[in-house]
Ligand binder design. Structure first.
Ligand code: MF3
Ligand code: CO
Ligand code: CO
Length: 280
């Protein structure tokens, strides 16, 4: 049998989706974004990351979706919750690195990352949250990281390259004396969670024979920059998931799932509030 899903794959291995596929991504993305809107109301000093994940797992089901992360490579949770110097893939309900439990404290900053599957389509998004009130430098990191994502999205249109996205992100981070994590990247998605390309958030050194892939209408991928106050280096803890900054300085991340349209980008995972939650 032919594969049911028709469509072209570029020479870089990137699938080109059809017009009708945008609707599937839109409805998956909207639910992931709605869950991030809702969970924000529970983030406070004294809340636990385990509770936040339990809420997310319940809402994923109630909203008629399934979790893409439960069972993914052995991962067992409906979200990743990454607190303070945790870069990504923080495990909800586990001890927050450097602490003896999973209780949020006043001033903690955290990323919550949710991926749902709706009718076979993947919606993947993450935002930053604050327990109570964050220090000024932490708020600045969050704002710069959000702006990095949005400057990256501004570069999404047919004819631009993936390096144009990376350059916009890197330039804004460096202008603010922050660093861009190189060890994790965005990814193609659609009817699968992770597919080509790797969406880098920094501009790599490229051989002339390996130019950056060119964006085409119908490509679906995430942009999900992780920006650090200190150095870019990360390491993965013994649990084999939790990634932290080596210097233990703060890090932040925002993620949207995106489709390339004829003239620009469609964000599949917008917040109803059109801004990350909570507003700074
Ligand atoms: N949602 C993450 C991403 O942005 C992937 C999480 S995989 C997990 O790609 F297994 F850690 F949940
Ligand atoms: Co992602
Ligand atoms: Co994600």
């Amino acid at each position: 049998m032919e594969e049911m899903h028709q469509g072209r794959i570029t020479k870089d291995g990137i699938r080109i989706y059809e017009d009708a596929d945008f609707a599937g991504m839109r409805s998956a993305g909207a639910i992931a974004a709605q869950i991030l809107d809702e969970v924000g109301k529970l983030v406070a000093p004294g809340a636990t990351t385990g509770e936040l994940d339990a809420f997310i797992e319940r809402r994923v089901t109630e909203l008629g979706t399934t979790s893409a992360t439960i069972g993914y490579k052995g991962y067992q949770h409906a979200s990743c919750i990454s607190v303070n110097h945790v870069v990504c893939h923080g495990i909800p309900g586990a001890k927050i690195p450097g602490r003896k439990n999973d209780v949020l404290l006043e001033g903690d900053i955290l990323n919550i990352d949710v991926t749902v599957i709706k009718d076979g389509w993947f919606g993947d998004t993450s935002r930053m949250y604050i327990a109570g009130t964050a220090k000024k430098f932490a708020q600045r990191l969050i704002t710069v990281t959000y702006d990095c994502l949005m400057y990256g999205i501004e570069q999404v249109k047919p004819g631009n390259t993936f390096d144009d996205i990376a350059r916009a992100i890197q330039t804004h981070a460096h202008k603010n004396r922050m660093s861009v994590v190189k060890d994790f990247c965005g990814h193609g998605l659609g009817r699968v969670f992770h597919s080509p390309p790797n969406v880098l958030h920094y501009v790599p050194v490229r051989a002339a024979s390996q130019p950056a892939p060119v964006l085409e209408e119908g490509m679906f991928f995430t942009i999900e920059p992780m920006i650090n106050l200190g150095k870019a280096d990360t390491k993965v803890l013994k649990d084999e998931w939790t990634a932290i900054t080596v210097d233990k300085k703060l890090t932040a991340q925002f993620e949207h799932s995106i489709g390339v349209t004829a003239t620009g980008a469609e964000i599949f995972t917008p917040s109803e509030k059109d801004i990350y939650f909570p507003k700074l």
